[in-house]
Design a protein around this ligand. Structure first.
Ligand code: HEC
Ligand code: HEC
Length: 411
């Protein structure tokens, strides 16, 4: 704290000296003003110095706190040694993590391999094993490992592997003894996994072997005698070499190039009729000939495929409510077949709004102009309509959609 204050005080003294000097060689008036403004500045400087001192104090307190924390952690680290030693600086660019310590690896490295590698030093005999088994395992696996209820059977089942319902036990099925040791040590008793000591496990495995008639009752199982035990089904598992030994007999490599001597075209898809033509196109063609000669608009629209195509795109906005074409039925809105010249609100079986009902009563018909007005602003043109649609703002869209409706909706 004191350090930062020392830095500040001489600066304040300097300002005062400057003040005195300035007074000496200036006229009174000018001097008075200058003094006034300098005094204000001194006041300001003093205020900001005070607040700087304040934050310097806070910073210093924080430094002290962190230093204390660091010292404390160093003491803990020194006392703990081993696992709590600080992480070595990593060489890699990212500087993440550190190499695992031997103790850490050992804590994870608990597996036991078929050749006995990984077995801890220890031993257990059959009768010790029986005691532990009866106390900790028999409730589920039976007193003699014969199984109880639906819990797994651990003994017997010899000669059943080829049956429809084989009894697979440690004796009849398991090829390696290491699996029994490893599995029991890690996961049994069910619900209390990890509670068995190495000696307990050796004893239990010895008892299970005895229950399977694979060792005599005076056998002591240990990390040294482990490999003496012969497992009946040790040769029952083979490496799957079918990819080499069998597949090649049945199949050959598929041909990927020049697989036929000569290639001829025998038929075209259009002739075979794999792709049926679109209904709309056919009707458009018919329409061109059948359209009443008097209505120039319709004929023009029908003969311009690009316009009809554009109209089909616009009609997607109407499709949710309207159908048009040979199979068109009323949906949310009435079908739109033969729309031009049709009496407004006249489709059978469709329940129109009152405004449409009135138009029908008056005998009004849909002209191009009326449709343009309605589709531009449905609610403006037919106040009270139940067509919940905002309308089409682009006249080109209206022209196109009407052309499309006419092209496929003519009866
Ligand atoms: C509460 C019931 C229960 C107890 C107690 C119990 N187990 Fe198990 N055991 C099971 C169940 C359930 C399985 C099947 C687990 C699975 O398939 O995931 C099993 C599976 C096994 C297997 C593998 C069987 C196989 O063929 O797949 C062995 C070996 C085994 N237990 C041994 C023991 C030993 C040894 C003990 C005593 C230390 C023990 N169990 C205690 C319920 C129990
Ligand atoms: C949300 C549903 C909905 C959408 C979308 C919609 N309409 Fe309608 N339309 C209706 C309903 C409902 C009516 C009946 C109006 C009434 O009775 O007030 C109607 C009526 C009409 C009528 C009058 C039919 C007749 O029999 O008098 C035409 C023409 C029409 N719509 C064209 C279109 C076109 C073209 C589009 C797309 C650009 C469209 N509509 C979009 C629901 C919809």
């Amino acid at each position: 704290m004191s350090k930062s204050l020392n830095l500040f005080l001489p600066a304040l003294g300097g300002t005062a000296l400057l003040l005195g000097g300035a007074y000496g060689f200036m006229s009174r008036d000018y001097g008075a003003k200058t003094i006034e403004s300098l005094e204000i500045r001194v006041e300001q400087s003093t205020a900001s110095a005070a607040s700087a001192v304040e934050s310097a104090r806070a910073a210093e307190a924080e430094i002290e706190r962190l230093a204390a924390e660091r010292d404390e952690l160093q003491v803990i680290a020194a006392a703990g040694g081993g696992l709590t030693q600080p992480a070595p600086v990593a060489e890699a660019v990212y500087g993440l993590g550190r190499e695992a310590l031997p103790e850490e690896i050992a804590a994870w490295d608990v597996d036991v391999l078929p050749d006995g590698r990984g077995l801890p030093v220890g031993s257990g005999d059959v009768w010790t094993g029986e005691e532990i088994f009866v106390a900790q395992c028999a409730s589920c696996h039976g007193d003699f490992a014969e199984g109880s209820g639906n819990w797994p059977v651990l003994a017997g089942g010899f000669g059943t592997l080829a049956d429809e319902d084989p009894v697979k036990t440690i004796g009849s099925y398991w090829p390696y003894l290491s699996t029994s040791w490893d599995y029991i040590n890690r996961s049994m008793p069910f619900g209390a996994a990890g509670t068995l000591s190495a000696d307990d496990t050796y004893a239990i495995v010895a008892y299970i072997l005895y229950s399977n008639d694979l060792i005599d009752d005076d056998f002591v199982l240990s990390n040294e005698t482990f490999m003496d035990v012969e497992m009946p089904n040790a040769d029952g598992f083979v490496l799957d070499d079918r990819a080499d030994s069998e597949y090649t007999v049945w199949r050959t490599e598929p041909c990927m190039a020049d697989c036929k001597d000569s290639v001829e075209i025998t038929m075209h898809a259009s002739v075979v009729d794999v792709t049926p033509e679109e209904e709309g196109e056919e009707e458009a063609a018919v329409e061109t000939e059948a359209a009443p000669a008097g209505d120039a608009d319709v004929v023009e629209a029908a003969v311009d495929p690009a316009l009809i195509d554009a109209g089909k795109g616009v009609f997607r906005q109407c499709q949710a409510c309207h159908e048009v074409g040979a199979d068109a039925t009323n949906r949310t809105g009435p079908h739109l077949n033969a729309l031009l010249g049709r009496t407004i609100g006249s489709v059978d079986g469709f329940r129109y709004s009152n405004v449409f009902g009135a138009a029908q009563d008056a005998g009004d018909v849909w002209t191009t102009e009326a449709l343009e007005a309605f589709l531009t602003d449905p609610r403006g043109a037919m106040s009270g309509t139940k067509m919940a649609y905002r309308g089409l703002s682009d006249p080109a869209d209206i022209e196109a959609v009407l052309a499309y409706i006419e092209s496929i909706g003519a009866e």
